[in-house]
Design a protein around this ligand. Structure first.
Ligand SMILES: *Cc1c(COP(=O)(O)O)cnc(C)c1O
Length: 377
């Protein structure tokens, strides 16, 4: 990482101002541990803002995905259908439980799991005598996936569905928060996300049993007994009361952060959209938090994203390539993949721009100026 002074970062934490009050109180009351009032307070905030019925605060989004697979009963040897166009944290927990990912390609309107290909994939796996144990899809960069079509398929084949909404807190599909459609939803509060606990996650569900089971597994699967009694493998995945305090302060400004990120997207789009540079519009029914503004370079620009990335780096501006699809990762070279190669094209043409809600206007203008001169738009 490069911390030269004046650097414009991709996505940094942005405090609302009240986080310190919650943290201060936790320290005063000596709740400096994985118990204390900020934890149920934070879980209440998650439910209030997402309309989820139950929320379990955890120490990362990755832990939440791992527990989602565990509580849905995914076992070693099972297959889990997973979006290929995502960050590796979506797919890693499939390996944690000893299952095999089966990657499915995206569709062009949201860049998320293609319903038609999902259906084809399920049919193909059923023909091989392998019924997928779970569907794990992502709402990438904050853009909601086509949930109606995807849910219809999951219901038709009776396969549980997990939504990785790590990047899409504040995003809505048909007016409902992403993460609340599937059997289980997952949020991340890592430092680069739209709001943060400094590092944390949450699992949400409408099913009380699943929530209880997740909470149980997150605390070393400690059975009810006057001594330490264990019948299942558990984890130390609970969120700390300090982190939860930061999260409570952050939830006070979630709506504001969504508004700010959307304004940043609109500014970039107004300034840069051209025959050479395109942005992903919001399809009908979708409201994106625009966590990161992404753009695609038309091949006729004569520049590839890596050249542009390096040029901006020369101006101390951090831009990133789009996620490299999972089916192209050496880690997953043996995993089945169903698709037409869309995510590879996106990877080869796309960039993420600095999108912090705290970006100063002059910084945004600097990014645009450098990009315009690089791309000659
Ligand atoms: C950040 C992220 C995660 C994991 O969240 P952590 O809290 O960092 O473990 C999972 N999936 C996606 C798509 C993410 O961007």
């Amino acid at each position: 990482m490069n911390y030269r002074p004046g650097r414009i970062f991709l996505s940094v934490p942005h405090m609302g101002g009240h986080e310190q009050n919650y943290v201060q109180k936790a320290i005063e009351d000596n709740w400096v541990t994985t118990a204390g009032p900020n934890i149920p307070g934070f879980e209440h905030d998650v439910c209030q803002h997402t309309n989820a019925r139950f929320a379990v605060a955890l120490n990362s989004g990755t832990a939440a995905i791992h527990l989602a697979l565990r509580v849905l009963g995914v076992q070693a040897g099972d297959e889990v259908i997973c979006s290929t166009f995502t960050f590796v944290a979506t797919a890693n927990p499939i390996l944690y439980v000893g299952a095999t990912p089966v990657f499915v390609e995206s569709e062009p309107t949201t860049w998320n799991m293609c319903p038609d290909m999902l259906k084809q994939t399920i049919e193909a796996r059923l023909k091989l005598g392998k019924k997928p144990a779970c569907i794990l899809l992502v709402h990438l960069y904050g853009m909601p996936a086509q949930m109606k079509e995807l849910l219809d398929i999951a219901h038709h084949y009776n396969i549980p569905l997990v939504e990785d909404a790590a990047e899409s807190l504040g995003s809505r599909y048909g007016g409902h928060q992403t993460g609340t459609f599937g059997d289980v939803g997952v949020f991340s509060f890592n430092g680069n996300k739209i709001i943060t606990t400094s590092g944390g996650g949450a699992l949400v569900t409408a099913n009380e049993e699943l929530a209880k089971q997740a909470s149980f597994l997150a605390t070393q699967a400690k059975e009810e007994a006057p001594y330490y009694e264990h019948t299942q493998v558990g984890y130390n995945y609970r969120m700390s009361n300090i982190a939860a305090g930061i999260g409570r302060g952050q939830f006070e400004v979630l709506e504001k952060r969504v508004k700010q990120r959307r304004e940043i997207f609109n500014f970039y789009r107004e300034q840069l959209e051209s025959e050479f540079v395109s942005f992903l519009p919001e399809p009908k029914n979708c409201f994106s938090n625009r966590w990161l503004t992404t753009l695609l370079l038309h091949p006729d620009t004569g520049k590839n994203p890596e050249q542009v990335r390096l040029a901006l780096e020369g101006h101390n501006i951090e831009v990133r390539r789009l996620w490299k699809p999972m089916h192209l990762q050496p880690l997953f070279k043996d995993a089945p993949y169903y698709g037409d190669g869309l995510s590879k094209k996106l990877f080869e043409q796309g960039l993420c721009l600095p999108s912090s809600s705290s970006l100063a206007e002059e910084d945004l203008e600097k990014v645009v100026k450098v990009l315009k001169s690089e791309l000659a738009v």
